[in-house]
Design a protein around this ligand. Sequence first.
Ligand code: NDP
Length: 419
Amino acid sequence: MSDGTEVRRSFKYKMGGPKGVVMFALFFTVYTFYITAKCQTGEWDLLDFRLQTNDGLVAVDLKIAAYIFLWFLAQCFLYILPIGGHREPGIILPSGDRLLYNTNALTALTANIALLAAAVALGYDVRRMTSSLVSMYKASVFLCFTFSVYLYVRGGTADERKKNSNGCSGNVAYDWFIGRELNPRWRSLDIKYVLFRSGIIGWIILNLCSLVENWTTFERFNSTLLLLNMIQLTYVADYFWFESGVIVSRDIVHEGLGYNILIQFVMIPFCFCVQTRYILTNDTRLPNTAFCCIAIIYTTGYYIYRRSNSEKNDFRKNPNDPKLWYLQTMPTSSGKRLLINSWWGMCRHPNYLGDLIISLSYALCTGFSHVVPYLGTTFLVLLLLDRERQDNNGCKQKYGTDWDKYCRIVKYRIIPGIY
Ligand code: NDP
């Protein structure tokens, strides 16, 4: 029988196959629910599973879902607006296509912040939002699930060249989770990229709501909350400023758009705001020495993260750029050269190391009383360890024995001298 059964047998499943992805879908959804409930209620004990809100576990508020959907449409509109950015080509895809992206995320972020500021100035009470985090999360999951079903159906009739080879096993649950299409688009609008941008913008908006809530409650700012808001806003502004590096990142280029990536984008606002919510609800205040230590840790992480990413991005754009005279490279049979000194000679992912240090600095802002604000950093460690393995496998496929040779030259994966 030469049918789907054959295809399924030869297909190389990731994440534990169909059963594994169902477990991952449940885990991501429930974990984010747990963090969101803590962010709303301010109950930080790790083992306190009570949902101390008036929301039921499952019921979805359709009005909130409609607001979130409208907000997402506004993000789509901002993306297609020909202002505040330019059209930038992404990486050449396995299909041979090279997609164009509108790189105006910083403008979109500014517009969102300005809108929030205007709403607050006109008397909008941000507590309406921060006291409804659980309802907002449930509505987001509802939209996310509905959208993933749409994407699954749409993927069935997509052009073969645009399909995600890792998400076309023939198993419904698996393909729904991994995503059958790589970069689904509505005309020039890249759905995956706008969703990703929206998740990050949502995180900053929730952070700023905590800051406004702090002011309206105490009529002064908590300096630790202010510091954390500033460093997280700086990180995101930098991320968007160097947007040409984002559109060639792993999620945007190699991951299919299914429930897996959708729920991870939903996790960004609801899980990443955990530290600001923690500081707000506990009124945590750090002593000046801790303040300085965190500033040093963050600056170190940021320096490693930014310098290493910029070095690789500049090299990718123009390997013969005279300002990169100090870089040593290794030729590969694909024609591309790999960096083997400076940041990329210390380890294979110095940018992940910088990101981890930055994430640790966020958690440290909350002190040492509870574990929950540290779960995000733990999650990022696991995510980046897995991502490094996946990237390693992808590069091994791409560069063959040249990659083995490269790994012998650059021995460490993420932490020089240790790992
Ligand atoms: P990288 O930016 O590290 O890109 C990996 C790719 O770079 C490889 O596939 C290869 O692509 C190229 N490359 C690797 N080594 C070399 C070398 N020595 N010389 C030249 N090119 C090389 O990975 P990601 O896309 O995963 O990450 C992008 C950013 O996003 C990172 O800064 C990461 O920290 C951040 N991130 C943040 C998260 C968060 O939640 N805070 C989560 C995930 C990522 P090619 O062969 O095609 O050139």
